[in-house]
Design a protein around this ligand. Structure first.
Ligand code: HEC
Length: 178
């Protein structure tokens, strides 16, 4: 006979079964553990064109020269002339009818990317080994090599994103296209 009590018992059993399945699945998936604030800081390095995400600190190209010569020149040459097409940091011309040479000076639309990229990826043989202060100094030097800032101009969270890049207008904004 089908009683209300039996129905209750059956559905309770079913619910237990589902709960067991879920908990077994959770144990098997092993989704890891919550990242600590300290570990997150090593990845959360986005410095944006509008000035968000820049750390405290400052530096000039004059200070950056020594770091560039000891930590960067091996691959980029003393004056950013590079040792391969990928490592040229100065010059170039986006108006060229031949294949244009893309460099920080000729191609990059935002100065913030210079800081952001160096902080997360350079020197290529020891990424993230520069302090924030050294990153400001050497970013200032790369901008100076491109004739975009003066040797003693102080680069910090406020001034660096304001540096006007020659190719700033060279991109078409397609962010409205879904
Ligand atoms: C061991 C070699 C090496 C060293 C040392 C090195 N770089 Fe680089 N760098 C590269 C390579 C290779 C690329 C190209 C990477 C790519 O295209 O993904 C690059 C790219 C760059 C770019 C982007 C160029 C562009 O137009 O795409 C910048 C800026 C830069 N490096 C700055 C620096 C600075 C500043 C230092 C010193 C703190 C440094 N690099 C040290 C190898 C190096």
């Amino acid at each position: 006979m089908f009683t209300y009590k039996r129905l209750l018992k059956a559905s309770t059993l079913a619910a237990c079964g589902v709960a067991m399945l879920v908990s077994t699945a959770q144990e098997q998936v092993k989704l890891g553990q919550t990242i600590s604030e300290a570990s997150l800081a090593e990845f959360d390095l986005i410095a944006e064109p509008g000035g968000m995400g820049f750390p405290p600190g400052s530096g000039t190209a004059r200070q950056g020269r020594t770091i560039f010569e000891s930590r960067c020149a091996l691959c980029h040459g003393n004056n950013g002339e590079g040792n391969s097409a990928a490592t040229v940091l100065v010059g170039g011309n986006m108006q060229s009818t031949d294949s244009p040479l893309r460099t920080v000076g000729s191609y990059w639309p935002y100065a913030s990317t210079v800081f952001d990229f160096i902080r997360r990826a350079m020197p290529a043989n020891a990424p993230k080994s520069l302090t924030d202060e050294e990153t400001y100094q050497v970013a200032a030097y790369v901008l100076y090599l491109n004739g975009l800032v003066a040797e003693d101009e102080i680069m910090n969270a406020q001034s660096l994103p304001q540096v006007r890049m020659p190719n700033a207008e060279g991109f078409i904004d397609q962010s409205h296209i879904q």
